[in-house]
Design a protein around this ligand. Structure first.
Ligand code: GLA
Length: 388
């Protein structure tokens, strides 16, 4: 794949590029907690976007989206949102660099990869982080990795108009081979945990649906959480987010809550506790207990946070009743995309066959499954040009 992208770059621009890779992500547990200043437990995976890039001595960005076979040019002296969807992820990053006072000189770019789009594996974060990383390298801005993450997140807010939390961009940049990383989304402290699942595999089951509710409901959930916080602040002035709220505080003031807001807040408070407990399970090497928390997370997302959908619930249910599976749940924003499953290696084929048959019978859709391997975050790709 990366060879094809480099070859296309040479064809289009007759020059040798720098090559960067940036991965998509999974999240083991801790969903819809990032924008509530809580905890998440993601990992970067071997679904990646590649960037072949080089300065072109102009003030123009010449970009080619390899997978879509589309090209476009943009004046870097006048960067603004465009109606070309994929280009907004690039321009959003350029705009953030410029806002921070960095000069972005013209460059040529070919990018593409194998992160499925709309599957909830954060292809957009991979694009944003990859370009931020590449430009930081190319023009030696000397920007810290964490600041690149924040710029990539801002690019998503301002150019893709999705008010995402920080998890996806963080995971793409800070992933580590065979580790999951617990991020405290308030302090931004993080800790790697070895994820040695020799006898198991992370399997993603892609519903291949994306309900149109996804982004509007995402923003609604954020507001519902803020409503809950505002209510509790009257009693507990020190609290700043649902991160500061305990189950006891919620229970004590239940009568004052709108029932929907109450369920939303309950889910977030419980999910934060689950991430902390799940990390303790990892420290003890207790994957069975870890898997149980994944199932519980799905229940909360389905019934209390209500960001699941019938297709995800069906796959999570099937997994719960399979003895090949330690844990399963919907992953990411919801309303479609993938479930994440911890599956026994020796039952992997049987699991994918059974899930595919069941999904086909229920929805008439051929299930896509991916076995995710955990890889390092954004990095340079050494390319040996002497070979070609
Ligand atoms: C999307 C967002 C993330 C996070 C998840 C839900 O992936 O981009 O910031 O909020 O949904 O956990």
């Amino acid at each position: 794949m990366v060879e094809d992208i480099v070859a296309r770059f040479k064809d289009l621009y007759q020059a040798e590029p720098v090559v960067v890779r940036s991965p998509g992500r999974v999240n083991l547990i801790g969903e819809h907690t990032d924008y509530n200043e809580g905890f998440v437990l993601p990992a970067a995976i071997n679904k990646e976007i590649y960037f072949a890039i080089a300065p072109n001595g102009t003030h123009t960005l010449r970009a080619h989206a390899y997978d879509l076979e589309e090209s476009a040019e943009f004046d870097l002296n006048n960067v603004q949102r465009t109606n070309i969807g994929w280009a907004n992820y690039l321009l959003g990053v350029v705009a953030q660099l410029q806002k921070a006072g960095h000069e972005v000189k013209g460059f040529n770019l070919v990018f593409g990869g194998n992160v499925p789009i709309g599957a909830g594996l954060s292809s957009s974060a991979a694009v944003e982080c990859g370009l931020a990383y590449a430009l930081n390298y190319l023009y030696a801005y000397g920007i810290e990795r964490f600041d690149l993450v924040k710029m990539a997140q801002k690019a998503e807010h301002e150019y893709a108009l999705v008010m995402c939390g920080i998890m996806d961009q963080f995971a793409s940049m800070f992933g580590k081979h065979n580790h999951v990383v617990k991020l405290d989304c308030r302090s931004l402290e993080y800790q790697y945990y070895p994820f040695n699942i020799n006898d198991y595999r992370i399997v993603l089951c892609d519903t291949q649906v994306k309900h149109s509710l996804a982004s509007s409901e995402y923003n609604t959930r954020r507001q519902e959480c803020e409503t809950g916080v505002a209510l509790l602040q009257k009693h507990y002035p020190h609290i700043h987010s649902l991160r500061d709220v305990t189950p006891e505080m919620l229970a004590q003031h239940q009568a004052e809550f709108d029932p929907v807001v109450y369920r939303r807040c309950t889910y977030v408070v419980q999910e934060n506790l689950r991430v902390e407990e799940a990390c303790q399970d990892l420290e003890r090497g207790d994957l069975v207990a870890f898997g149980q928390k994944m199932f519980a997370s799905h229940q909360g997302l389905q019934h209390d946070y209500e960001v699941s959908c019938p297709e995800l619930d069906f796959l999570a249910d099937q997994a719960r009743h399979s003895d090949a599976v330690l844990g399963a749940r919907m992953m990411g924003g919801g309303f479609g995309g993938c479930t994440i499953n911890l599956v026994k290696l020796d039952q992997l084929d049987q699991f994918t066959r059974q899930m595919s048959e069941a999904y086909q019978a229920q929805y008439g859709i051929t299930l896509k499954t991916y076995v995710a391997e955990i890889v390092d975050g954004s990095s340079l790709v050494p390319v040996d040009f002497s070979k070609k």
